[in-house]
Design a protein around this ligand. Sequence first.
Ligand code: HEM
Length: 128
Amino acid sequence: MTLSSSLILGVHIVMAMLLAGGALAVLFSGGTTSPALPRQTAVIGIILLLTTGINNFISRLGTGVPKGYHMWFGIKFLLALHVVTMIYLVSGGKLSDEKRIRLLKGAGASVIAVVLISVYLNFLATRG
Ligand code: HEM
């Protein structure tokens, strides 16, 4: 990996933390908190997460990835779309607390799967 792709991966991870943090907080607090990002912050975060993710993907393809990488990437992408859609829907704080907690709990579960798949993608791409 070049320094610039490592930096882009860093931006990707910070955006994932920003967007996923609230969902994980709801999941692990059992719904006693119900955070919502401002709509504009959520949209900017989602755009940066998607563009840095696509950049990560393209730079990985350049290094020649093993069989299975594309399949796991596809699964990660679909789960990540679930996460960002939920974060978008709850942003702006217009939904009721009850609905926001329900949507964020589902997103929190997907976040855990997305991070585990990301780590597996890293393993597939970097194992000798
Ligand atoms: C909720 C959404 C997301 C989360 C929580 C997330 C999280 C992460 C994390 C933690 C890593 C670092 C893995 C590691 O190096 O061990 C990573 C890498 C990566 N992400 Fe994401 N990501 C998300 C969305 C996306 C999206 C939407 C895309 C594509 C458009 C994407 C594409 C990638 C790629 C290609 C890598 C590099 C994997 C590798 O090392 O080969 N991610 N992501």
